[in-house]
Design a protein around this ligand. Structure first.
Ligand code: SF4
Length: 311
């Protein structure tokens, strides 16, 4: 068996920043510390923090008055910020700057009188947060069928935005459908899909022709991890999305298989290494690291933590 480890894989700059923010906030304020939604969409990480006294909530009303709340990497709507203020919470905003960029585009387009078509997945934390910036001006589409069903008048002043973690290929199809139906539509140059999502997809696409099986480390509710598995399956490879090595099953593999291992942007590297160790022990696998693209992106900690650190 041969393992090919895709690079880049795993943590992106936004996830690194969000996790570091939570670590720092725990050091500074201690437990219990409240986080609105999962800090990142990864079960092992959420479980680790929960064991240290972090309380993950889906409603600001669950946070005691005056307590500290941290917003997850996926961002929040203005309604949530207002609810925090009303409860006199100390809010720390660990929203990824690339998500904030989409929020600001939504605000700008709405202010300029555009109706905004957001391409994204219904119910995803990021989509809920972005739509909350201009709820009266936004409609959500997930695919080409949703575009066909749009009943906006042909001459509507229109703009589009996208969720940051979509499949690059699928987003392109939806954008083309929008442009065909509403030629006047404007938007970002290509889409808002972030560098980390694009690079992890690019690496899978480049390596998958050489392999028999694909392992994606990541949680089921992680949009960018799901997209990596889908790209592999679209090439007729078996692809498994797992949180940890304990989920591996021997009958997924033949002893002579070449296996691509990658990880979504919120999946920790130790679980990748656990899989490598297990496949080495079970099948005598050899390992090759393959770099498709270098990444050198980092984001500063939230302003609230930087200010407090200086005091
Ligand atoms: S996946 Fe992209 S948008 Fe999401 S946190 Fe990472 S860098 Fe930010």
């Amino acid at each position: 068996m041969k393992l090919i480890l895709a690079n880049p894989r795993g943590f992106c700059a936004g996830v690194n920043m969000a996790i570091e923010s939570l670590e720092k906030a725990l050091d500074m304020f201690g437990a219990p510390l409240y986080v609105y939604h999962e800090i990142v969409h990864n079960r092992p990480i959420v479980e680790r923090f929960r064991a240290r006294g972090v309380v993950f909530v889906d409603s600001i009303s669950e946070v005691p008055t005056g307590a500290t709340v941290l917003y997850s990497a996926h961002g929040v709507s203005p309604e949530i910020r207002d609810a925090s203020k009303t409860r006199n919470l100390r809010a720390i905003d660990a929203t990824c700057p690339l998500v904030t960029k989409v929020h600001l585009e939504a605000v700008r387009f709405a202010r300029d009188g555009y109706t905004i078509v957001l391409i994204g997945h219904d119910g995803h934390d990021e989509v809920i947060g972005t739509m909350g910036e201009a709820p009266a001006s936004m409609v959500l589409v997930e695919d080409e069928a949703d575009v066909a069903a749009l009943t906006l008048p042909a001459d509507t002043k229109l703009a589009f935005l996208t969720q940051t973690t979509l499949s690059v290929d699928e987003a392109r199809v939806v954008i083309e459908a929008l442009r065909r139906k509403y030629p006047q539509i404007i938007g970002p140059h290509k889409d808002d899909i972030c560098y980390a999502t694009q690079n992890r997809q690019e690496a899978v696409r480049a390596i998958v022709p050489e392999v028999d099986v694909v392992l994606v480390l990541g949680s089921q509710n992680s949009s960018n991890s799901q997209r990596l598995a889908e790209i592999a399956r679209a090439t007729n490879r078996a692809a498994y999305l797992i949180d940890r090595a304990e989920e591996l099953q021997d009958n997924w593999f033949q002893p002579t298989d070449t296996v691509l291992i990658t990880a979504g942007a919120s999946a920790p590297e130790d679980h990748v290494q656990d899989c490598v160790d297990r496949l080495k022990a079970r099948f005598g696998a050899t390992v090759e690291a393959r770099t498709v693209r270098e990444e050198h992106v980092s984001f500063p900690l939230p302003r609230e933590l930087r200010v407090l650190t200086k005091v």
